[in-house]
Design a protein. Sequence first.
Length: 242
Amino acid sequence: MKRFGRSSALVTIPLLLATHLALAESGLVGFEAATDARPPPPWRLASERRQRPPQFDVIEQEGRKVLMVYSASAEGRLEQPLGLAPSESLRLNWRWRVDEHAQAGDLADPAKDDHALRLCVRVVPDPERAGERTRRGLAALLGGSLRHTLCYLWDARYPSGHLAWSADESTRLIVLRGAETPTGRWQYETRDLIADYRQHFGAEAKSVELLWLSARSSGTGARTLAFFADPELLSEPTANQP
């Protein structure tokens, strides 16, 4: 598929070198490691509810390898295991672009929660440092293993800054780019996962075990197109560390 919009400016060589070093240190594999159109290991495809999965293809754009995410009445995600024990700060950086939204999608309606691209991380809370909300969740599960999910959205309906919970309160949906953001343009994001987790769940993270990218258009039958590039995960030391 050869449908591309405007691209961002080229990144300088020093920044590229720093990015590759950061990826190696964090264990997060980027798409530069791909040898063909398939996302490189340990990225893996996970389909949802017996639906046809979206198309996750590595393509070259202005000399850089990026992930193209195309969905037509499809649903699924591309995920990478992490298993990181975070320090006080774990910063996630990436670039993304949406060219075609699921215009009729609505994250407030599970049946129509269609989206062109969503980035999520699954976090295991530390029960010894759990907040009140987490302690209630652990008690409700009778000692079971609780997981929380932070999802960052580029949404066609809601504005940037909009927040929503999943029905079981295990997932927090954070709109970073909203209806006011123009399509067809690369946007750069940076988030402190530990700070976001602490803010939205009132808990401390024991580990960050999984990261995934999802697309869904099965609810409304839409066609969506998005791109994702340059994932970077940096563990920043605390003040008393060397």
